[in-house]
Design a protein around this ligand. Structure first.
Ligand SMILES: Cc1cc2nc3c(=O)[nH]c(=O)nc-3n(C[C@H](O)[C@H](O)[C@H](O)COP(=O)(O)OP(=O)(O)OC[C@H]3O[C@@H](n4cnc5c(N)ncnc54)[C@H](O)[C@@H]3O)c2cc1C
Length: 345
């Protein structure tokens, strides 16, 4: 009989982020499909009551919490100690957590401490022959596998964006406090603060409905024989401002910076989509000035609807990789779209 633990942290305001609710959705799905299983929740943070209350109507039967100021920041030693204590208190056999940088970093070590196993980048959970299964992609999102394990506890890191967020209602949860006393060595790392780019400088927005991808064409010579990088920069930034889309890039465009060519300064390798870049999840995607080659389009695997603007009617997008291809000048199209969006926000 499986005991499924949803393990996550609370934010500084006591809330749960969307990836945590998505992991809860996966945990509840697994609970529903595994006869006789129990669902419990384990929370880590400065305070955990408000978060537990916010999901009190979910099918979990018990809530465990590790609370205190030292558990507020993301820090390996305190997070690992808290996670191990919660797993033991809950006698968890399956542990689901959001695959955020915080839990990706910690749970492999916790699995090792507790003699368990861990799988990352999980995009689905289910049941086969009464056993829990997980789905994940291999070979840069080209092959999907469903697998199961006999070892317990089994730690399952659920990729953000792969699940619906649990919308179970709130209520009052009776949180059972779990005492954790991190060894003195666990306190030798002091978190002094967070440095993050300003909201407007942050162009990677995993929650945005639209992914806007820029390609090397934006920096290439145009019909007049000249490049128009400053104009491209303004068009792209204006588009992002009005749409709040997430910004992706082809490899060629981000590589150009390293080669000393004029490039768009707000792009880094973190924006790169593709085989050697990211595979983000968005409802829609718009590629501009990209050729749509295979390594690049691998990154579009989880984009619901794909559109592209390219001058080349024979580009990869035209060969079945885009749902809609506009054979057009992206400078002209984006300028017009920006104008229309500004007029009808
Ligand atoms: C092993 C391997 C891994 C790779 N991994 C990745 C990866 O992860 N991600 C990735 O992106 N690439 C990757 N690549 C590179 C990939 O194969 C392509 O070389 C790259 O994606 C091409 O970038 P691009 O489309 O921006 O540029 P280009 O191929 O130069 O295409 C530019 C396009 O812009 C169009 N254009 C120019 N001006 C305009 C205009 N005014 N309006 C509209 N269209 C215009 C042109 O018609 C052209 O189609 C990888 C390659 C290899 C070999």
């Amino acid at each position: 009989m499986e005991t499924i633990l949803l393990l996550t942290n609370t934010e500084t305001d006591g809330s749960l982020v969307k990836p945590a609710r998505e992991a809860l959705h996966a945990a509840a799905t697994l609970h529903k499909s595994l006869a006789g299983s129990k669902l419990v929740v384990g929370l880590v943070g400065e305070s955990v009551q408000a978060a537990a209350d916010s999901i009190a109507a979910c099918p979990a039967t018990r809530y465990f919490g590790v609370a205190g100021a030292e558990f507020a920041p993301s820090r390996y030693s305190t997070d690992a100690a808290a996670a191990a204590a919660l797993c033991q208190a809950a006698r968890a056999t399956l542990v689901l957590a959001p695959a955020t940088s915080r839990w990706n970093r910690v749970l492999p070590g916790v699995a090792q401490r507790l003699g368990g196993r861990v799988d990352g980048h999980v995009t689905g959970v289910g049941e086969a022959g009464g056993k829990p299964t997980v789905n994940r992609w291999y070979y840069r999102q080209r092959l999907e596998a469903a697998l199961t394990r006999t070892q317990r506890p089994w730690f399952i890191l659920v990729d953000p964006g792969s699940q619906k967020a649990c919308e179970c209602g709130g209520g009052t949860a009776a949180v059972e406090p779990v005492p954790v006393n991190p060894a003195p060595a666990g306190r030798r790392t002091t978190v002094v603060g967070i440095r993050a780019p300003q909201a407007d400088a942050q162009t990677i927005r995993p929650d945005a409905p639209l992914l806007f991808v820029t390609g090397a064409g934006w920096t290439k010579k145009q019909a007049d024989g000249r490049t128009h990088v400053a104009e491209a920069e303004k068009l792209i930034l204006d588009f992002l401002k009005v749409t709040r889309a997430s910004l992706g890039s082809s490899k060629s465009l981000v590589d150009l910076g390293g080669e000393g060519e004029a490039v768009l300064p707000f792009l880094s390798h973190l924006n790169q989509i593709g085989q050697t870049g990211a595979t983000p999840r968005h409802a829609k995607g718009l590629s501009t000035c990209c050729h749509g080659e295979e390594p690049h389009t691998v990154g579009w695997r989880f984009i619901g609807e794909r559109r592209a603007i390219s001058l080349d009617p024979n580009c990869g997008w035209a060969r079945g990789k885009a749902d809609v291809l506009y054979v057009a000048d992206a400078f002209a199209v984006v300028a017009k779209v920006n104008q229309l969006l500004a007029a009808h926000p």
